[in-house]
Ligand binder design. Structure first.
Ligand SMILES: N[C@@H](CCC(=O)N[C@@H](CS)C(=O)NCC(=O)O)C(=O)O
Length: 203
């Protein structure tokens, strides 16, 4: 059976969980505690030399890292990843946008706010992270003002990838009420069959 090494409260890992649930694919989840060093053990680094979760392990022992690559692998051949060339390229466009222009700001602000102490020096990064995160949310808002989902064909891995940290953006100090089209899209994503929520973080 396919195995996922992940952390349930990580948006990058939640993307993989959500896709597997919506595809109805059986899987085994191994919870990794990165704070306890479990992504830095020799055994884990042998599976993923980059020492990150999520990580997919196939039955034949092959491993695949990077959440959005995992989404593409899992969704291949399903409606979550269009076959049509242009729509598929648009999916990829939004997956790369998520990793380069969204996640480094929206997810990192969340990480700092939820996991680092009040007096941690990295809190000084928050104003810049919020400024750049707002830019990404602005791009999404404009797109979603005219379309129900990111790619015209319908709900896809692009929506899964962008939902993961956008729906939790308030954790990083973002005010989503300023983005009505994003809020409406979050509702449409939540109403998809077999949707599961990301667990709340214990404070
Ligand atoms: N680009 C990677 C990012 C993976 C990543 O940053 N994972 C974090 C959790 S969200 C992690 O493994 N942190 C633990 C560590 O670095 O030890 C992806 O999309 O999968």
């Amino acid at each position: 059976m396919t195995t996922v090494y992940g952390m349930k409260t990580s948006g990058n890992c939640y993307k993989v969980q959500l896709a597997l649930e919506q595809l109805g694919q059986p899987y085994r989840w191994i919870e990794i505690d990165s704070a306890a060093g479990e992504t830095r053990t020799p055994e884990y680094l042998a599976r993923n030399p980059n020492g990150k979760v999520p990580l997919l392990e196939l039955d034949d022992g092959r491993h695949l890292a990077e959440s959005n690559a995992i989404l593409c692998y899992l969704a291949d051949g399903s409606p979550l990843l269009p076959d049509e060339r242009w729509q598929r390229a648009q999916c990829l466009q939004w997956l790369f946008f998520e990793q380069y222009s969204h996640e480094p700001y929206v997810a990192v602000a969340r990480f700092i706010c939820l996991w680092l102490p009040e007096d941690h020096p990295r809190r000084a990064e928050l104003p810049r992270l919020r400024e750049r995160g707002e830019q990404a949310l602005g791009v999404m808002e404009k797109h979603l003002a005219t379309q129900p989902f990111f790619v015209a064909g319908g709900y896809s891995v692009a929506d899964i990838a962008l939902f993961a940290y956008t729906h939790a953006a308030a954790d990083g100090g973002f005010d989503l009420s300023r983005y009505p089209a994003i809020e409406a899209w979050l509702g449409r994503v939540r109403s998809q069959p077999r949707h599961v929520e990301m667990p709340a973080v214990d404070q």
